[in-house]
Ligand binder design. Sequence first.
Ligand code: ZN
Length: 310
Amino acid sequence: MLPEQHGAIVIPNNNFFANRNGVPPRYIIIHGSAGGRRAQDIAAYFASTEGTLNPVSCHYIIGQDGTLVQCISERDGAWANGLLTKGHDSFWNVSINPNLLTIAIEHCKPSLDNSDALTGPQQLASFVLVHDICQRWGIPMRIADAEGGITGHFSLDPINRSRCPGNYPWEQLWTFLEGKKKKMLDLNDPVVRLFFTDGGNGTWKCKNGVMLQGAILIFYRSNGGPSIFGLPLANEIRLPQYPNTAIVPCERAIIAFDPERKIDAPPIHGPCYLLHIESGVGQQLLLQRSNALIHNLSAKLTQIHALSEI
Ligand SMILES: [Zn+2]
Protein backbone atom coordinates (compact mmCIF):
# COMPACT_ATOMS: atom_id res chain seq x y z
CA MET A 1 0.00 0.00 0.00
CA LEU A 2 1.25 3.50 -0.84
CA PRO A 3 0.72 6.33 1.66
CA GLU A 4 -2.32 8.46 0.83
CA GLN A 5 -1.21 11.38 2.99
CA HIS A 6 2.03 13.17 2.17
CA GLY A 7 4.74 12.17 4.64
CA ALA A 8 2.97 9.11 6.11
CA ILE A 9 4.91 5.93 6.92
CA VAL A 10 2.98 2.78 5.97
CA ILE A 11 2.74 -0.03 8.56
CA PRO A 12 -0.19 -2.08 7.22
CA ASN A 13 -2.44 -4.73 8.76
CA ASN A 14 -5.33 -6.82 7.47
CA ASN A 15 -8.02 -5.72 9.92
CA PHE A 16 -10.32 -3.93 7.48
CA PHE A 17 -13.44 -4.13 5.32
CA ALA A 18 -12.19 -4.18 1.72
CA ASN A 19 -13.57 -1.31 -0.38
CA ARG A 20 -15.96 -0.38 2.48
CA ASN A 21 -18.55 -2.73 0.89
CA GLY A 22 -19.04 0.07 -1.65
CA VAL A 23 -19.94 2.82 0.88
CA PRO A 24 -17.92 6.08 0.46
CA PRO A 25 -16.53 7.66 3.67
CA ARG A 26 -18.57 10.60 5.01
CA TYR A 27 -17.04 11.07 8.48
CA ILE A 28 -13.68 11.44 10.22
CA ILE A 29 -13.48 9.93 13.71
CA ILE A 30 -10.88 11.24 16.16
CA HIS A 31 -9.48 8.75 18.71
CA GLY A 32 -7.06 8.84 21.65
CA SER A 33 -4.92 5.74 22.31
CA ALA A 34 -5.11 5.79 26.14
CA GLY A 35 -1.51 4.55 26.37
CA GLY A 36 1.63 4.75 24.23
CA ARG A 37 3.69 7.55 22.75
CA ARG A 38 4.95 6.27 19.40
CA ALA A 39 2.75 5.78 16.35
CA GLN A 40 4.97 2.91 15.17
CA ASP A 41 4.31 1.00 18.44
CA ILE A 42 0.53 1.33 18.13
CA ALA A 43 0.73 0.22 14.48
CA ALA A 44 2.73 -2.84 15.54
CA TYR A 45 0.08 -3.58 18.19
CA PHE A 46 -2.73 -3.37 15.61
CA ALA A 47 -0.85 -5.78 13.34
CA SER A 48 -0.33 -8.17 16.30
CA THR A 49 -4.11 -8.44 16.81
CA GLU A 50 -4.65 -10.01 13.36
CA GLY A 51 -6.38 -13.35 13.80
CA THR A 52 -7.01 -12.85 17.54
CA LEU A 53 -10.42 -12.61 19.23
CA ASN A 54 -10.22 -8.82 19.18
CA PRO A 55 -8.59 -7.67 15.93
CA VAL A 56 -8.39 -3.87 15.69
CA SER A 57 -6.96 -1.18 13.42
CA CYS A 58 -7.39 2.41 12.28
CA HIS A 59 -6.42 4.38 9.18
CA TYR A 60 -3.85 6.75 10.68
CA ILE A 61 -1.89 7.08 13.92
CA ILE A 62 -0.17 10.30 14.99
CA GLY A 63 2.68 9.94 17.50
CA GLN A 64 3.56 12.50 20.16
CA ASP A 65 6.53 13.51 17.99
CA GLY A 66 4.17 14.21 15.06
CA THR A 67 5.12 11.02 13.17
CA LEU A 68 2.25 9.94 10.93
CA VAL A 69 1.68 6.23 10.29
CA GLN A 70 -0.94 4.87 7.87
CA CYS A 71 -2.22 1.33 8.51
CA ILE A 72 -5.31 1.04 6.28
CA SER A 73 -6.16 2.56 2.90
CA GLU A 74 -8.77 5.32 3.02
CA ARG A 75 -10.65 3.27 0.43
CA ASP A 76 -11.13 0.47 3.00
CA GLY A 77 -13.04 0.50 6.31
CA ALA A 78 -10.83 0.10 9.41
CA TRP A 79 -11.91 -2.05 12.37
CA ALA A 80 -11.68 1.01 14.61
CA ASN A 81 -14.99 2.07 16.07
CA GLY A 82 -16.81 -0.97 17.41
CA LEU A 83 -20.59 -0.78 17.29
CA LEU A 84 -23.04 2.01 18.04
CA THR A 85 -24.08 2.00 21.70
CA LYS A 86 -27.09 3.45 23.51
CA GLY A 87 -27.06 7.25 23.57
CA HIS A 88 -25.04 7.60 20.32
CA ASP A 89 -25.61 10.79 18.35
CA SER A 90 -28.96 10.50 16.62
CA PHE A 91 -27.68 11.22 13.11
CA TRP A 92 -25.90 7.83 12.87
CA ASN A 93 -27.70 5.41 10.58
CA VAL A 94 -28.16 2.29 12.73
CA SER A 95 -28.53 0.07 9.67
CA ILE A 96 -24.96 0.80 8.42
CA ASN A 97 -21.80 -0.39 10.20
CA PRO A 98 -20.11 2.93 11.14
CA ASN A 99 -16.70 1.54 10.14
CA LEU A 100 -17.87 1.64 6.52
CA LEU A 101 -18.71 5.36 6.74
CA THR A 102 -15.65 6.61 8.61
CA ILE A 103 -11.93 7.32 8.40
CA ALA A 104 -10.32 6.84 11.83
CA ILE A 105 -7.36 8.82 13.20
CA GLU A 106 -5.64 7.62 16.40
CA HIS A 107 -3.62 10.05 18.54
CA CYS A 108 -0.93 8.64 20.85
CA LYS A 109 -1.62 9.66 24.45
CA PRO A 110 0.36 8.10 27.29
CA SER A 111 -2.29 8.62 29.99
CA LEU A 112 -4.92 5.89 30.38
CA ASP A 113 -7.77 8.43 30.59
CA ASN A 114 -6.72 10.33 27.43
CA SER A 115 -6.32 13.53 29.48
CA ASP A 116 -3.05 14.52 27.74
CA ALA A 117 -3.15 17.55 25.48
CA LEU A 118 -1.79 16.95 21.99
CA THR A 119 1.83 18.02 21.53
CA GLY A 120 2.49 20.86 19.05
CA PRO A 121 3.75 18.60 16.24
CA GLN A 122 0.89 16.16 16.91
CA GLN A 123 -1.74 18.89 16.69
CA LEU A 124 -0.35 20.29 13.43
CA ALA A 125 -0.16 16.82 11.84
CA SER A 126 -3.73 16.11 13.01
CA PHE A 127 -5.23 19.34 11.64
CA VAL A 128 -3.47 19.04 8.27
CA LEU A 129 -4.51 15.38 7.96
CA VAL A 130 -8.16 16.13 8.82
CA HIS A 131 -8.21 18.96 6.29
CA ASP A 132 -6.62 16.89 3.52
CA ILE A 133 -8.94 13.89 4.07
CA CYS A 134 -11.95 16.25 3.88
CA GLN A 135 -10.62 17.56 0.56
CA ARG A 136 -9.96 14.09 -0.84
CA TRP A 137 -13.42 12.75 -0.08
CA GLY A 138 -15.57 15.89 -0.04
CA ILE A 139 -16.28 15.42 3.70
CA PRO A 140 -17.81 18.57 5.27
CA MET A 141 -15.18 20.50 7.30
CA ARG A 142 -17.37 20.86 10.41
CA ILE A 143 -18.80 19.02 13.42
CA ALA A 144 -20.55 15.87 12.19
CA ASP A 145 -24.26 15.79 11.36
CA ALA A 146 -26.47 13.68 9.08
CA GLU A 147 -24.58 14.96 6.01
CA GLY A 148 -21.14 13.93 7.34
CA GLY A 149 -18.31 15.75 9.10
CA ILE A 150 -15.81 15.31 11.94
CA THR A 151 -16.35 14.03 15.49
CA GLY A 152 -14.87 11.82 18.22
CA HIS A 153 -15.33 8.14 19.08
CA PHE A 154 -17.66 9.25 21.92
CA SER A 155 -20.27 10.18 19.30
CA LEU A 156 -20.64 6.49 18.33
CA ASP A 157 -19.99 4.75 21.63
CA PRO A 158 -20.79 7.04 24.57
CA ILE A 159 -20.98 4.05 26.94
CA ASN A 160 -17.47 2.58 26.49
CA ARG A 161 -15.65 5.43 24.74
CA SER A 162 -16.86 8.62 26.39
CA ARG A 163 -13.16 9.52 26.95
CA CYS A 164 -12.09 8.90 23.37
CA PRO A 165 -10.36 11.06 22.20
CA GLY A 166 -10.57 12.88 25.59
CA ASN A 167 -8.69 16.16 25.52
CA TYR A 168 -8.68 17.39 21.88
CA PRO A 169 -8.42 21.01 20.63
CA TRP A 170 -11.79 21.06 18.84
CA GLU A 171 -12.19 24.85 18.82
CA GLN A 172 -8.73 25.27 17.32
CA LEU A 173 -9.54 22.64 14.69
CA TRP A 174 -12.69 24.51 13.61
CA THR A 175 -10.72 27.79 13.47
CA PHE A 176 -7.98 26.10 11.41
CA LEU A 177 -10.53 24.65 8.96
CA GLU A 178 -12.43 27.95 8.70
CA GLY A 179 -9.16 29.71 7.86
CA LYS A 180 -8.56 27.18 5.06
CA LYS A 181 -12.13 27.60 3.77
CA LYS A 182 -11.95 31.41 3.76
CA LYS A 183 -9.03 31.26 1.37
CA MET A 184 -11.25 29.50 -1.18
CA LEU A 185 -12.73 31.65 -3.95
CA ASP A 186 -16.44 31.26 -4.64
CA LEU A 187 -18.73 32.16 -7.52
CA ASN A 188 -19.57 35.53 -5.91
CA ASP A 189 -15.98 36.71 -6.37
CA PRO A 190 -16.06 39.47 -9.04
CA VAL A 191 -13.12 38.04 -11.05
CA VAL A 192 -14.49 34.48 -10.85
CA ARG A 193 -17.91 35.72 -12.03
CA LEU A 194 -16.39 37.04 -15.25
CA PHE A 195 -15.38 33.53 -16.29
CA PHE A 196 -17.38 30.87 -14.39
CA THR A 197 -20.94 29.80 -13.64
CA ASP A 198 -22.35 27.03 -11.43
CA GLY A 199 -22.11 23.76 -13.40
CA GLY A 200 -24.26 21.82 -10.90
CA ASN A 201 -23.19 19.06 -8.47
CA GLY A 202 -20.38 21.19 -7.07
CA THR A 203 -18.75 21.85 -10.48
CA TRP A 204 -17.74 25.15 -12.07
CA LYS A 205 -18.37 25.72 -15.76
CA CYS A 206 -15.92 28.03 -17.53
CA LYS A 207 -17.22 30.30 -20.30
CA ASN A 208 -15.07 28.27 -22.74
CA GLY A 209 -17.12 25.15 -21.86
CA VAL A 210 -14.47 23.45 -19.66
CA MET A 211 -15.74 21.97 -16.38
CA LEU A 212 -13.73 22.03 -13.14
CA GLN A 213 -14.64 19.60 -10.38
CA GLY A 214 -13.51 17.72 -7.25
CA ALA A 215 -10.03 18.09 -5.81
CA ILE A 216 -8.69 20.04 -8.81
CA LEU A 217 -11.47 22.62 -8.41
CA ILE A 218 -10.68 22.93 -4.68
CA PHE A 219 -6.97 23.42 -5.51
CA TYR A 220 -7.87 26.03 -8.16
CA ARG A 221 -10.16 27.88 -5.73
CA SER A 222 -7.71 27.66 -2.82
CA ASN A 223 -4.72 29.05 -4.68
CA GLY A 224 -5.97 32.17 -6.47
CA GLY A 225 -8.22 30.81 -9.28
CA PRO A 226 -8.22 32.63 -12.62
CA SER A 227 -5.85 35.40 -11.44
CA ILE A 228 -3.07 32.86 -10.83
CA PHE A 229 -3.79 29.89 -13.10
CA GLY A 230 -5.64 31.67 -15.93
CA LEU A 231 -8.58 29.75 -17.38
CA PRO A 232 -8.66 25.96 -17.65
CA LEU A 233 -8.08 24.87 -21.26
CA ALA A 234 -9.43 21.29 -21.20
CA ASN A 235 -11.50 18.94 -19.05
CA GLU A 236 -9.54 16.49 -16.87
CA ILE A 237 -7.06 14.51 -18.97
CA ARG A 238 -6.48 10.90 -17.82
CA LEU A 239 -3.10 9.32 -18.53
CA PRO A 240 -3.40 5.52 -18.89
CA GLN A 241 0.17 5.04 -17.65
CA TYR A 242 -0.70 6.83 -14.37
CA PRO A 243 -3.98 5.39 -13.00
CA ASN A 244 -5.88 7.46 -10.41
CA THR A 245 -4.41 10.72 -11.65
CA ALA A 246 -5.83 13.58 -13.72
CA ILE A 247 -4.38 16.68 -15.33
CA VAL A 248 -5.98 20.02 -16.20
CA PRO A 249 -3.91 22.39 -18.34
CA CYS A 250 -4.64 26.05 -17.63
CA GLU A 251 -3.46 29.19 -19.42
CA ARG A 252 -0.71 29.85 -16.88
CA ALA A 253 0.00 26.45 -15.26
CA ILE A 254 -0.75 22.73 -15.42
CA ILE A 255 -2.60 21.25 -12.42
CA ALA A 256 -2.12 17.57 -11.53
CA PHE A 257 -4.39 15.48 -9.28
CA ASP A 258 -2.09 12.76 -8.00
CA PRO A 259 -2.81 11.74 -4.38
CA GLU A 260 -0.47 8.74 -4.55
CA ARG A 261 2.39 10.80 -6.03
CA LYS A 262 2.77 8.64 -9.16
CA ILE A 263 3.89 11.42 -11.51
CA ASP A 264 5.95 13.59 -9.17
CA ALA A 265 6.43 14.17 -5.43
CA PRO A 266 6.68 17.90 -4.72
CA PRO A 267 6.93 19.11 -1.08
CA ILE A 268 3.25 20.09 -0.71
CA HIS A 269 0.35 18.57 1.25
CA GLY A 270 -2.89 17.56 -0.43
CA PRO A 271 -3.84 15.62 -3.56
CA CYS A 272 -2.96 18.31 -6.15
CA TYR A 273 0.15 20.14 -7.26
CA LEU A 274 1.58 21.92 -10.32
CA LEU A 275 3.45 19.87 -12.91
CA HIS A 276 7.01 20.59 -13.92
CA ILE A 277 6.93 22.18 -17.37
CA GLU A 278 10.58 21.81 -18.30
CA SER A 279 10.57 17.99 -18.10
CA GLY A 280 8.34 14.90 -17.99
CA VAL A 281 4.59 14.84 -18.51
CA GLY A 282 4.14 18.61 -18.28
CA GLN A 283 6.76 19.24 -20.95
CA GLN A 284 5.17 16.59 -23.22
CA LEU A 285 1.75 18.18 -22.87
CA LEU A 286 3.12 21.61 -23.73
CA LEU A 287 5.01 20.23 -26.76
CA GLN A 288 1.89 18.42 -27.99
CA ARG A 289 -0.09 21.60 -27.61
CA SER A 290 2.42 23.79 -29.41
CA ASN A 291 2.75 21.17 -32.18
CA ALA A 292 -1.02 21.22 -32.59
CA LEU A 293 -0.98 25.04 -32.73
CA ILE A 294 1.82 25.02 -35.34
CA HIS A 295 -0.10 22.40 -37.34
CA ASN A 296 -3.23 24.55 -37.19
CA LEU A 297 -1.35 27.65 -38.16
CA SER A 298 0.31 26.03 -41.17
CA ALA A 299 -3.07 24.62 -42.28
CA LYS A 300 -4.52 28.14 -42.11
CA LEU A 301 -1.57 29.59 -44.06
CA THR A 302 -2.09 26.95 -46.77
CA GLN A 303 -5.75 27.98 -46.96
CA ILE A 304 -4.78 31.65 -47.26
CA HIS A 305 -2.30 30.82 -50.04
CA ALA A 306 -4.95 28.79 -51.83
CA LEU A 307 -7.44 31.67 -51.59
CA SER A 308 -4.93 34.30 -52.78
CA GLU A 309 -4.14 32.20 -55.87
CA ILE A 310 -7.77 32.14 -57.01
ZN1 ZN B 1 -11.54 5.40 20.12
